[in-house]
Ligand binder design. Structure first.
Ligand code: PLP
Length: 402
């Protein structure tokens, strides 16, 4: 007699079971439900600019449709876009890549997933400094490797030190992930800091995946410095970037990856058997974004900087909150250790998820708990919102912890 059973989760692979579901889902589901009920929620949970996609970029997309540019393209992206990306690297990052050292994918996310799938397998370790962007450890696990989390501190502005890196390296280390400017902390490694970290890796046969998604959103005097600028490391560095954040194009899904040709070819192969080329229309729009007037990027950067200054001062003046000064991206990541273990409005704050839930339920401010970023004593607030909305949120948070 055959043994039949009702199919269910027992059929799922170890690969998918070892991944964690996004821990931010519960809080965003609650925020959406409350909004639908007509509650006045101030949402600081967004991972995207509040500005619209620039009009000339939209027009390029419309023109692509009108002219029938609506078919498959080269799997790794159109040459016109790769040339625009080459020029962007030259202009903004001081980097030279050949066209065959570049691939265009469906967002920065796919470039990173392709990279980890190309380089990682069982037994490999990938060093991921925490706080980290939520997807890094999960992508590494999906590729079969083990993330090795290195905890950084507020005192060091959430940046990994060379000594910490050295201590995390084992014979199994395959990759170091660097994300500067960082989501969620806004930390930016200076040129000297990047050089010091790369010195540790020199001659060690360890790759660097450098996620530079927020490279054009930086404040004050700091300029992001790509580890790919260091000649000794050049063959070991893979740079991921995209148009999502710089040009407010999150929905268009265009990211790009630059690195050694053999790795780009591997990513091309994976992409050819999974998703094929990124959206043709969006590729044309990305050309317009990268080659058009860059004035709007600077304008928006300045606006983000004003909001950063406001949020830094305002959050640090709330008892129990302590934050580093973000130097890039559009997030601020206060430590809320000072309110943990205390009770507000009858609710005990055990961890950041409790704090985020309390802020949302009782004070109508949506934030993202730090757990998801490997930092259970922090909250992520996005300042991709108007100053008026930020002021309203800060007043509500202050009241919540009075
Ligand atoms: N890398 C970082 C650090 C991000 O914050 C994000 C988006 O949130 C991405 C990559 C992915 O960007 P995309 O929307 O282009 O896939």
């Amino acid at each position: 007699m055959s043994n039949t059973s009702i199919p269910g989760e027992q059929y799922l692979t170890r690969r998918v079971l070892s991944m964690q579901e996004s821990q931010t889902m519960r809080i965003s589901a609650l925020a959406n439900k409350m909004k639908a009920e007509g509650k006045d929620i101030v949402s600081l949970s967004a991972g995207e600019p509040d500005f619209p996609t620039p009009d000339h970029v939209n027009q390029a997309g419309i023109e692509a449709i009108r002219s029938g540019f609506t078919r498959y393209t080269a799997n790794s992206g159109i040459s016109e876009l790769k040339k625009a990306i080459q020029e962007k690297f030259r202009r903004d990052n001081g980097l030279e890549f050949q066209e065959n050292e570049i691939i265009v994918s469906n967002g920065g996310k796919q470039t990173l997933a392709n990279t980890f799938l190309s380089l990682c397998q069982e037994g490999d370790e990938v060093i991921v400094p925490a706080p980290f962007w939520v997807s890094f450890p999960e992508m590494v696990r999906l590729a079969g490797a083990d993330p090795v989390i290195v905890n950084t501190t507020l005192e060091n502005d959430y940046k990994m030190t060379p000594a910490q890196l050295e201590a995390a390296i084992t014979p199994k280390t395959k990759i170091l992930v660097l994300n500067s400017p960082s989501n969620p902390t806004g930390a930016v490694y200076s040129e000297a800091e990047v050089r010091a970290l790369m010195k540790v890796l020199e001659g060690r046969n360890i790759f660097v995946v450098s996620d530079e998604m927020y490279d054009m959103i930086v404040y004050g005097d700091i300029r992001p410095f790509s580890p790919a600028r260091i000649p000794e490391m050049r063959e070991w560095v893979i740079v991921s970037n995209g148009v999502s954040k710089t040009y407010a194009m999150t929905g268009w899904r265009i990211g790009y990856l630059a690195g050694p040709k053999w790795l780009i070819d591997a990513c091309d192969k994976i992409q050819s058997q999974t998703t094929s080329n990124p959206n043709a229309i969006a590729q044309k729009a990305a050309v317009a974004a990268l080659t058009g007037d860059q004035g709007i990027v600077e304008e928006r950067r300045r606006e983000f900087e004003k909001r950063r200054d406001y949020m830094f001062a305002a959050l640090n003046s709330i008892p129990g909150f302590r934050t580093s000064m973000p130097q890039g991206a559009f997030y601020i990541f206060p430590s809320i250790a000072g309110v943990l273990g205390k009770t507000f409005n009858g609710m005990l704050m055990k961890d950041s998820a409790d704090v985020a839930e309390y802020l949302l339920r009782d004070h109508h401010v949506a934030t993202v708990p730090g757990d998801a970023f490997g930092a259970p004593e922090n909250l992520r607030l996005s300042y991709a919102a108007s100053i008026t909305a930020l002021e309203k949120a800060v007043n509500r948070i202050r009241k919540a912890f009075q």
